[in-house]
Design a protein around this ligand. Sequence first.
Ligand code: M6R
Length: 602
Amino acid sequence: MCGIIAHIGDERVLNPIVTGLEKLEYRGYDSAGIAVKNGSGLDVWKCSGRVSDLKETIDGEESKANLGIGHTRWSTHGPPSDENAHPHTDGSDRVAAVHNGIIENHESIKERLIEEGYEFTSDTDTEVIPNLIAYYLDRGNEALSAFEQTIDDLEGSYAIAVIVDGIDSIFAARRGSPLVLGIEDESYYLASDVPAFLDHTDEVVYLEDGDSIEVREERVNFIDENDQTAQHEIEQVDWQPEETGKGQYDHFMLKEIHSQPTSLQKTVEGRLDTDAGTTDLDIDKDLSDIDTVHLVGCGTSYHAALFGASLLNRCDVSARAIRASEYEANTGTPPGNRLFVAVTQSGETADTLGALWQANEAGVETLAVTNVVQSTAAREADEALYIRAGPEIGVAATKTFSSQAVLLTMLSQHLARVNESGNRVEDADELVADLMELPDEVEHILQSSDTARLARKFLHSESYFFIGRGLGCSVAKEGALKFKEITYEHAEGFASGELKHGPLALVTEKTPVFAVCAEDNEKTVTNAKEAQARGASIVAVSPPDHGIVDTADDHLYVPDLHSVCSNLLANVQLQLLSYHCATELDRAIDKPRNLAKSVTVE
Ligand code: M6R
């Protein structure tokens, strides 16, 4: 979490940095700030709140500065406040730094510097960075050397960008947090993510972990983790600038829900063979003797992992979804026969990366299923599969869940085919054909959904329950997560059979129960009736001819397709339900309180 940007160019840099911060705000929105180098020192503007508040603080001030840094924060050390907002400077305002990540040894560095007479004014770990650079400058080091010695002293994970008064360079480094260089003629951008500068350039260099970089006008020097000069290839990103804007929609979340026909099309493009009823994921590894698959992720990605694990088990490939923060590599079957699948939209989630590193260390075969090309997960895993959903800016994951679930569906088919114990599922032809139709079916749901009316009907309920079995259970859990995340209302998702083992005690006439019955499942009908008998209203999320329809009080229909597709369409209905409830409640839909899109701390 936290977004950083740095920019050096021959023109005024303040505006592009502000716009870049707006594009990075999904990474954190507790406070924001900018520092630029003017002719006679550093100018710093910062405040708690959003980038819009920062713009008011800047209040149209003009600056001719041609280099600067910016930050948008998700608080870890110290509450959101003006003092804790980045950039942080040393006591003499010679050095300004922005940082994403955690400096684990900040307390010992701070003690050392305080003894030397350096002063601190914030609660953050970041403040040690400008002060340590100042310490090395005070001992006669050149700026680059002061920066590099500082980096050598830091422990933890970080992406850092620094400017120094009187020096026409930006210094930056990454270890464990993302940093990408954007190149536009002789102007350069450094940012946590490509959307920050995509309006200006699509030519990028992804920094390697351990890299430091000095960016000057017309020149960039990379230094690798062994202090050697490094060369990196320039790549072209295939995201379009319009993908990072809201377009005609009020919110990114709604735009992203509506872009699912396109994103799903991209996910399956070239990967389905309808004639043969097979999938082709272009996986290099021989996975024939894998006997256990662990699908590991957090939040929405964990729900996609649950979806994938259900499908693999249906194909007789033993699989388990595990929350990344609970993963332990050194248990279970021998590492050599295990496949670890990191499911992560951003590819930067610390819990998931921690689990991936454990698996790598234990000698487990690893695969990343991610949206972000060259993300840390993509680089660290033995192999990466991209979901190709395009940039997702809304904090609530929507289109990426659908694409993850479809990609994991294709992976399950691949494993069932190549794995010695797997069985090609009997309905593979139907599945592949329905996956081809899925984008059109999503479009139909988007046009016909009755969720706006139901959102109003159930608006002031005490609690919202979502139930389902098998694939439907992962959809129910995802529906509840989305609901609580953006409405701030209490919502829970359960395996429908579990309701009677405790949660039923919470059910009253003020607890609507959304029953995901996208496939034939009479037991869920019984479980819904048990809740209805205690006063709950039942909303069936099901095909029109499902057995639950006669029981339910209200309906959100999905077509009767292969269970994978019907369940994913049920999920689209629940995405819309959450969105409409949150709109009725006037919530900050794209930036829900206390959250950030990528959580880069454990
Ligand atoms: O980038 P990741 O997929 O690894 O992120 C994992 C979770 O933080 C994320 O899915 C989170 O739960 C979503 N904001 C939920 O909408």
